[in-house]
Ligand binder design. Structure first.
Ligand code: SF4
Length: 220
């Protein structure tokens, strides 16, 4: 282990989590969510400690598959309470009231806890999180009509067959329409990407807003 590198996940921690997730697959959703919110699997790697941030109800028809909380979201305990969230809600054409209604919108980042910051921004989501929880939680969304896949980590999980750069995959959004829509991260860090790819706001966003409205009306 390099100096300064956080210790590996303690041996047995993932095994314990997996033994948790096996019965978890059969647990009632509130109990499963309590398990997730009490999770400490990768605590040694998390500079601010575990604070899983997610939103899910079995009736949700839209899934926001994001990256991981930043510092502001870690502090608030609610997903997308930052500039990225403001932009994402504008992209979707939804109010905060709709966005934060778990009965309509599920929000599952690839990592539920703030992973820390590196030289060029937030670190990647902890891989243990998707390995431990994601499949079990996705099974609890039987009404899902639309999955918004945000950023490279969610793309790798939800669209593993998609080829090319994130720009290539987003530009080929019609390949996955209407069930899955790949999106760049709405972070202000991506302002340059948005300026370089005006087709995103001109072509995709108007269609995305109409699709979101249709799904929320239950008319999909
Ligand atoms: S990131 Fe996920 S796996 Fe890691 S402690 Fe948080 S909830 Fe658990």
């Amino acid at each position: 282990m390099e100096a300064g590198e956080p210790p590996d996940v303690p041996e047995g921690a993932v095994a314990r989590a997996m033994s948790l997730t096996r019965p978890a697959a059969r647990r009632a959703l509130p109990a499963l969510l309590r398990d997730v919110r009490a999770c400490t699997i990768c605590a040694p790697h998390l500079p601010l400690g575990p604070r899983p941030v997610l939103q899910l109800d079995a009736t949700a028809r839209i899934l926001v598959a994001g990256q991981a909380p930043g510092r502001k979201v870690h502090a608030s305990g609610q997903p997308f309470t930052d500039a990225s969230g403001d932009r994402l809600r504008e992209w979707l054409g939804v109010t905060p009231a709709v966005f934060y209604d778990a009965a309509q919108v599920a929000i599952l980042p690839m990592g539920f806890c703030y992973p820390g910051t590196g030289k060029s921004g937030d670190l990647p989501p902890r891989h243990e999180c998707a390995e431990t929880w994601r499949a079990t939680l996705l099974q609890r969304l039987p009404e899902l009509q639309l999955t918004l896949v945000i950023g490279q980590y969610a793309l790798a999980y939800h669209l593993p067959e998609a080829k090319g750069s994130l720009t290539d995959v987003v530009r080929a959004w019609r390949d996955h329409w209407p069930a899955v829509v790949p999106l760049p991260h709405p972070s202000p860090r991506n302002n340059l990407w948005l300026r370089r790819n005006p087709w995103f706001e001109e072509e995709l966003l108007p269609r995305l807003r109409r699709r979101v409205a249709t799904v929320l009306r239950g008319a999909a």
